[in-house]
Design a binder for this molecule. Structure first.
Ligand SMILES: Cc1cc2nc3c(=O)[nH]c(=O)nc-3n(C[C@H](O)[C@H](O)[C@H](O)COP(=O)(O)OP(=O)(O)OC[C@H]3O[C@@H](n4cnc5c(N)ncnc54)[C@H](O)[C@@H]3O)c2cc1C
Length: 352
């Protein structure tokens, strides 16, 4: 039986889930297809970290995107009766007087109010971190438990019979009087939210994707409840049930989710040298970030195929930027809202 929807979304990672959230809020019907392969969202720590990089700079769009993200996740939490947004500061390790001074400079800059907190003494991490240094307290940080959020969205889609567990195949996509036809589905438009797998998408693989693999180690100690995220050589973030996420490094150009033993060993050594509590290793895995050469998301309609859209390129900052741009994408689809030039697909020339 043929079924008709306003939108067909390909991929139910963070991007596809958020887009679905905003489209259904605008009263639109959606069907979502996901292959169930391990997306980046299932490997990510989901940290929202307002100050990043070697120089402790504010992340791009942070003043607008962070309040937007918080509101979005909290609204989703109440709708789904689930908890996945956890406010938790990041303690940034400061290994030298220079690093400490650089941090202090940020604290004196009014544009960093609400982000660059005080320099914390080593006692602040007692019981959790071995050989502590001083730490820059990053305020406004949080963790979004993406597996929990994605599961809640998936359940709703399944309950509404709007989820198809399958691999979307472009060869089966045909233009249709009402938009596009794929298998027994007709949709006004198709939006590809495939994460790094966009590199295999015959319509959008001309875009400047630069996927970056990251390996992660999950360790466990049920008694130690670390009340902060640690940003040192690696990131350490407390998950549920006494588990800790340690990650993750960047392996550019590796487009598989096979664990790299060398990286895992580095994290294991880091954990041994850093965590003051005993732990057991419970899991190791890898994910591929959908990064782009422009280091910006990519939104918009294919230049030659009306009705085919992309929402991708959330890169390393999916949880911070995702909600703001998912809303922009949804409003673009529904009422033609203009897409910000920095993220518009049109900034990437289509090869002639
Ligand atoms: C190790 C690691 C750590 C990270 N840490 C953080 C962090 O702390 N904070 C942060 O904000 N971001 C982090 N990220 C980045 C974050 O994970 C991404 O920005 C975000 O999850 C991307 O979501 P997405 O939906 O675009 O892609 P994905 O999560 O990869 O989802 C894509 C989905 O599309 C499906 N799919 C693809 N092709 C098809 C097809 N043809 N047919 C059907 N389904 C298809 C896949 O099965 C998948 O479910 C991290 C990423 C990694 C790998």
């Amino acid at each position: 039986m043929n079924r008709q929807f306003d939108f067909l979304i390909v991929g139910q990672g963070l991007a596809g889930s958020l887009l679905y959230w905003y489209l259904q809020k605008l009263g639109k019907s959606c069907i979502v297809v996901d292959a169930g392969s391990e997306g980046a969202s299932m490997a990510a720590a989901g940290i929202i970290n307002p100050m990043t990089g070697r120089n402790y700079v504010k992340s791009w769009m942070v003043d607008i995107a962070l309040p937007h993200a918080r509101q979005c996740y909290e609204n989703m939490e109440s709708h789904y009766d689930a908890r996945f947004y956890h406010a938790l500061p990041v303690y940034r390790a400061l290994h030298s007087v220079k690093e400490e001074n650089d941090w202090l400079l940020r604290t004196m800059d009014p544009s960093y109010d609400g982000y660059a907190g005080e320099v914390l003494p080593s006692e602040a991490v007692e019981g959790f971190i071995k050989n502590p240094v001083k730490y820059g307290h990053t305020c406004g940080a949080a963790r979004v438990d993406l597996p929990v959020m994605l599961e809640a969205v998936r359940k709703e889609l399944e309950d509404k019979k709007c989820f198809i567990a399958a691999s979307f195949t472009a060869e089966e996509l045909q233009p249709h009087a009402q938009g596009w036809q794929w298998q027994s589905i007709t949709a006004g438009a198709v939006i590809f939210c495939e994460g790094f797998k966009a590199v295999y998408n015959p319509f959008f693989n001309y875009l400047p994707f630069a996927p970056a693999k990251g390996n992660i180690l999950i360790v466990k100690n049920e008694e130690a409840t670390m009340p902060f995220n640690l940003r040192d050589e690696f990131f350490v973030t407390p998950l549920e049930d006494g588990r800790y996420w340690i990650g993750s490094g960047y392996r550019w150009g590796e487009w598989d989710t096979e664990v790299n033993e060398e990286d895992i060993l580095k994290m294991r050594n880091f954990a041994d040298a850093t965590l003051a509590f005993p732990f057991e290793v419970v899991e190791q895995k890898a994910g591929v970030r959908p990064s782009t050469k422009s280091r910006r998301p990519i939104l918009g309609q294919h230049p030659k195929h009306p009705g085919l859209f992309i929402f991708n390129g959330l890169g390393t900052k999916g949880t911070s930027l995702g909600p703001y741009f998912a809303q922009m994408m949804a409003e673009h689809l529904v009422n033609g809202r203009e897409i910000m030039p920095d993220v518009a697909i049109s900034r990437h020339p289509f090869p002639s």
